[in-house]
Design a protein around this ligand. Sequence first.
Ligand SMILES: [Zn+2]
Length: 259
Amino acid sequence: MLIDAHVHLDKYGDLLDDALREIERENIFTIATAMDVPSYQDLQEIARRSALVLPTFGIHPRRAPQYVDRLRELGQYIEMSPAIGEIGLDFHWVKNSSEYPAQLKVLEYFFAAAREQTKIVNLHTKGGEKPILELLERYDVARPIIHWYSGPLDILRALVQFGAYFTVGVEVLYSETIQTIAREIPDRLLLTETDNPGGLKWLKGIVGMPSEIKKVIDQLARIRASTPESISRMIQANFLKLIEADPWLRQVRTLLSQP
Ligand SMILES: [Zn+2]
């Protein structure tokens, strides 16, 4: 089974049926991360159509200002969600620094809940790598997945020390910086993602379909002197390890333990 640990399935629009068919055909376990409340509600609907889709609730840092004064409303969604994401900080694409305190406040609210409810978190770290590391340590959030890491190598190494997992995605096909990062991540912490449909669109102007994950795996095999088969076996084993004692993801374990 392939693992796509960060996807925005609710953004596929007219291509959703095709995307779900591809997920089933290629057997891709898919973590469908939300941007905000309506996005999570859409994902819950979509997930009824495939056992391979796990919808997770989060407030994306871009949406933080709209939710910072309504944190209590978010509690019910966090509780019903088996894992958390997309959450995080964006001090790079979000240029307006007056939004940063809201991002921090929302992130800390989610970290406190993740710790209390022992849930995995799916993190956006662009430009906020260092404060995220500090907050992970302060809140003792045990099992973070860092999505599309592109920050400094010293913070990457500190996050590895912390035990964070990393999803490498479509940019590894095009960028030397991302290839360097992908080589630096230890075998045991490596995961894969597409961040589609927007991931590839942002890079190449074309809508990314779920099977792009196979190209990511092929490229990881190339740059890590391995084979696609052993990379995908390793990723599946890593993901199983990440969720091995997770009380919220028992069904996912059963699904992924099938040959
Ligand atoms: Zn994303």
